[in-house]
Design a protein around this ligand. Structure first.
Ligand SMILES: [Zn+2]
Length: 392
């Protein structure tokens, strides 16, 4: 590799001058190799940096065949002195570094408390996830959060360096790999007094710059835990969103923000009591409707502008004994179509379902004693269909 990796020694470098070593046409523009770069290529669970090289936009950065390729939209034009000015999307890069160092501090705190290893990391556009190798209680998770945030409060300095083989062998650090130690130079990220870890990504130069670390979700995953966390400005934005939501709920429930849960519980109880009252009223309506019906040989078809599914079922179940034919209740109108429940004591209803579908349109299913469904036909056609069905 010909390129000097500025991101390895100075994570806080967001603009730099460089020389173009080569620029070849590629799929959507050019693949540019620089003599030095602060653009971090995609790797280790972190996406590539974006920004500009002179007048060209950097769309992606990848290591291909041991070369750092900057994929640009156009060919960057060098200045008169042959160099190009390069700018990273500093806001995005800073956001990534806040989340990335936050992850180091959380994993470090979990490692100290439980001895677990970090076994997965992904830094997406909206959130960061990481996995650890063992289970944790919610109390242990909160304790790790507090420990991680202590590094921010202490504004612990962050140092990235590549130790000699002898220095490395005397060093204790996380993410140790005997295999990598044998073949590669190991880069250490040291948060003074809090964590030491092998990592290749760019980092903030102090823990204070992380601002805030908050785990927002935790789940058991492959014998360990998967966490979603937000750091720095992402955590602030999330706090703002959640506060807006709590304020909206507080206004809906006419309760103080800290009382919304008990207000919601009280509302649920109220709804449950109302459901009980509605159920009793519904049963009363059904029994009144049934009392008005005289038993007969022919089908009884009742058309209601509106009736809930439970009442329809109760009505149809009790109504079956009122006729030797089919008892059916329909809710809806000719314009909107009808939901229906039909029962019969002496007529096999199941055979009727395919005919209902083909003649009246819609869908239905059930047993010989009861079928339910939806049809999109007019009342007059429904009545004649059922008369024909029981006569035929
Ligand atoms: Zn790192």
């Amino acid at each position: 590799m010909k390129t000097e990796k500025i991101y390895e020694t100075d994570g806080m470098c967001f603009s730099f001058r460089a020389h173009i070593l080569s620029a070849e046409p590629s799929k959507n523009g050019y693949a540019v190799i620089l003599d030095r770069t602060a653009f971090f290529p995609e790797g280790g669970g972190q996406t590539a940096d974006k920004g500009t090289i002179a007048n060209a936009r950097v769309l992606d950065v990848q290591i291909v065949n041991d070369e750092i390729l900057h994929f640009t939209d156009i060919l960057p034009e060098a200045d008169a002195d042959g160099a190009v000015s390069c700018e990273l999307d500093a806001k995005e890069r800073f956001r990534k570094m806040q989340n990335h160092l936050g992850e180091h501090l959380l994993c470090g705190a979990i490692h100290r408390a439980k001895g677990y290893e970090n076994v997965g990391f992904h830094l997406g556009a909206d959130y960061m996830t990481f996995d650890v190798s063992g289970p944790m209680t919610s109390e242990e998770i909160y304790a790790a959060e507090v420990e991680a945030n202590k590094a921010i409060a202490a504004d612990a300095p962050v140092r990235c360096y590549v130790p000699t083989k002898d220095e490395l062998s005397a060093l204790s650090y996380r993410a140790k790999s005997e295999k990598l130690e044998a073949t590669d130079a190991i880069r250490i990220v040291d948060v003074e007094g809090f964590d030491r870890c092998a990592c290749c990504a760019p980092h903030l130069d102090s823990a204070g710059k992380v601002g805030l670390i908050k785990i927002v979700d935790a789940m058991h995953y492959k014998g360990g835990m998967r966490f979603s966390a937000l750091c720095g400005f992402d955590a602030l934005a999330d706090y703002d969103t959640r506060l807006r939501e709590i304020r909206a709920l507080s206004s809906l429930f006419s309760a103080k923000p800290h009382d919304v849960v008990s207000a919601a519980e009280a509302k649920m109880e109220e709804i449950s009591a109302l459901k009980g009252t509605i159920g009793a009223m519904r049963r009363e309506i059904v029994s009144l409707k049934l009392a008005l019906l005289t038993p007969q040989k022919e089908n009884i078809l009742c058309f209601e502008p509106d009736m809930d599914a439970v009442s329809m079922r109760e009505f149809a179940t009790a109504g079956a004994s009122k006729t030797d034919g089919i008892f059916a209740v329909f809710a809806g109108s000719d314009e909107t179509g009808y939901r229906f429940t039909a029962t019969a004591q002496n007529f096999p209803l199941k055979d009727l379902t395919s005919k209902i579908k083909s003649t009246l349109g819609g869908k239905c299913g059930g047993s010989n004693q009861m079928i339910t469904g939806q049809i999109s036909a007019k009342e007059i056609d429904i009545r004649s269909f059922f008369t024909d069905a029981t006569n035929g």
